[in-house]
Ligand binder design. Structure first.
Ligand code: FE2
Length: 348
């Protein structure tokens, strides 16, 4: 959208424009004062348009001064209009003496673009969606902004409760699958914890961690149809048995693919037995063609399996499993993921 069109969509900006009172904060303090005066002077128009809006609205100058607020904003802050106007927005919204790092006003000042952020605000103990729309002068420079603020705490609480219910259900499901094989009881839960810990070390964002929290419990559900006698066979598998075992990432992925909320976890589940050198299954993907989260899950899976007892071998000690990871970094496992994991094991 062109800047000119955006101004037309912003009645306050247009009002300032049509009154011919403009400001350039970089060169003229007088101009800036005129903007503030104009903003305060449009109280009637502001009230008509904003008093009934259920979201908090606040008009802010380029130097973060609150110029006007609507009743919903006062309710959100629990303060009167008189107590708010003239203060800095970072003081009343965030309880700080300076603007926060990802301050929308700072971003808008540079970009001249509308923006929004979803954030937890400790000072209000609330989740907020804060949107901003710049106020531009006739030279299309940002001279202020209108923030819209919506309290989404209740929605967040419902989302968190649903998310926890889903994750608990997935854990229960993995336990049912593992009941078929007492040697792997608790395997998926431990793999999930390890994989999430590695991802955190790699500073992946919360969305990525959530995908691992879904992929972890589901990665081996495709084993449900495989007899325990095959899964724990101490001797060499027949070709038919081997194909049965090899099919489990596909069956797990197909199961996850049936649920819309699990779609993003499907590639992670499908590729959790791929090897860095391309010798894994089901697709023989190589190196970074394997999704990063799958490379993380497979390291966690390998370490957990090695350090657990199997009918055909004893559990490796942590030291032995560490050596095995080191030896096979670059062939079976992503060397960078192994490095991060081994490093994290050193720190208590
Ligand atoms: Fe597996």
């Amino acid at each position: 959208m062109k800047v000119r069109d955006r101004i037309r969509e912003n009645p306050i900006a247009e009002l300032i424009q049509t009154r011919g009172q403009t400001a350039n904060p970089k060169v003229s303090e007088t101009e800036q004062k005129l903007v503030k005066k104009t903003a305060l002077g449009v109280t009637n128009e502001w009230s008509i348009s904003s008093d009934e809006i259920p979201y908090g609205l606040v008009m802010i100058s380029i130097d973060f001064e609150i110029l006007n607020v609507n009743p919903a904003f006062c309710n959100l802050l629990g303060k009167t209009k008189e107590k708010l106007i003239g203060n800095r927005c970072y003081q009343v919204l965030h309880g700080r003496d300076t603007p926060i790092d990802d301050c929308l006003m700072k971003k808008t000042k540079l970009s001249g673009q509308p923006d929004f952020v979803e954030t937890f605000e400790p000072a209000l103990n609330a989740w907020l969606v804060i949107g901003t729309s710049p106020i531009l002068n006739e030279r299309y420079e940002t001279v202020g902004a209108i923030h819209s603020i919506r309290d989404i705490t209740e929605r967040k609480q419902v989302e968190d409760a649903l998310k926890n219910a889903v994750l608990e259900t997935l854990e229960a499901l993995s336990q049912v699958v593992e009941a078929n094989d007492p040697y792997t009881a608790g395997h998926s839960t431990r793999v999930t914890e390890l994989a999430v810990a590695i991802a955190k070390e790699m500073t992946l964002d919360e969305d990525q961690l959530d995908i691992l929290r879904i992929a972890g419990p589901l990665h081996d559900v495709g084993k449900v149809g495989i007899p325990g006698s095959v899964l724990n066979k101490p001797t060499k598998l027949t070709q038919a048995e081997w194909w049965m075992v090899r099919s489990h990432p596909l069956v797990s992925a197909q199961t996850a693919d049936r649920v819309a909320a699990f779609k993003k976890a499907v590639p992670v589940i499908r590729h959790h037995h791929e090897h860095w050198d391309g010798s894994g299954y089901p697709d023989g993907l190589k190196g970074k063609d394997i999704p990063l989260l799958a490379r993380i899950l497979t390291v966690a899976d390998g370490f957990e399996a090695m350090t657990s007892e199997r009918p055909y071998r004893r559990a490796l000690t942590e030291e032995e499993a560490r050596s095995e990871l080191e030896n096979c970094a670059g062939t079976q496992w992503d060397p960078e993921v192994v490095r991060v994991f081994l490093e994290s094991l050193k720190t208590p």
